[in-house]
Design a protein around this ligand. Sequence first.
Ligand code: SF4
Length: 317
Amino acid sequence: MSGDVRHDWTRGEVRALFALPFNDLIFRAQSLHRTYFDAREVQISTLLSIKTGGCPEDCAYCPQSARYDTGVKAEKLMALNAVLDEARAAKAAGASRFCMGAAWREPKDRDLDSVCAMVEGVKNLGLETCATLGMLTPDQARKLKTAGLDYYNHNLDTSPEMYGDIITTRTYQERLDTLAEVRAAGISVCCGGIVGMGEDEADRAGLIATLAALDPHPESVPINALVKVAGTPLADAAAIDPLDFVRTIAVARITMPKSVVRLSAGREEMSDETQALCFLAGANSIFYGPRLLTTPNPTADHDRVLMARLGLKPMTV
Ligand code: SF4
């Protein structure tokens, strides 16, 4: 068991996992999953966009970039009370973690103070807190930690090789630097990527190998399926084979066996059967709620029915 958690996965080893016969891959992932988790439990998070649109970055998948005409309007940072109302509702619906997302390249110090007040308020409601605000300085990371931030989300998005095709306004290294600042401040790391952006299997292996090289592994690993939005450069990307998506989940589970792997964006377009395969492959977290920032997500009612059909229950913190 002790050799399961490794940080030296080579690209070749990760590619070999992707190439396993499907049943062998899923069996291996599910076996490891059961070593470290209760296979009936799924952690439930709710994600709220606290500052929508108008982002100066050029992430090719993102409807919130000011560079693309997607119909998403730029809004101001939400008021504290409105955020806390949403957090109370999320808790009542069964969420254990409340994530706050802002469409910034990086927070201004004034805005960070407002977000810190939100983190404190959400924490006082008895929820785990998570934020995704872009790049952070060491001082900003420390302030968030002091306010009670449990998790910080900052995704690598894709492999280092493909990254330049997706984002040009910040570097891969800048992302790794922010992750290091978050870790140094004592905040747990939520970091994953997006598949279905036209990458090949080598890129998927490159993303997973880079995540698995982080030491310690991110506590939370969101694997997103691209939600194609009209107006973004990836609006016409070829759809990923759902079984390749399941394989990506399984390889994340095998290479980062103690991390919570989140079946993240893209569930709205996935069949219940594909989602069931993702849970079998080791996914053990989802976002609850009808919207993920600006894109649709299954309703909480649909998710409750699906979880009941699969005999899954919410993970308690
Ligand atoms: S993904 Fe984040 S940083 Fe990139 S454009 Fe969208 S809101 Fe901005």
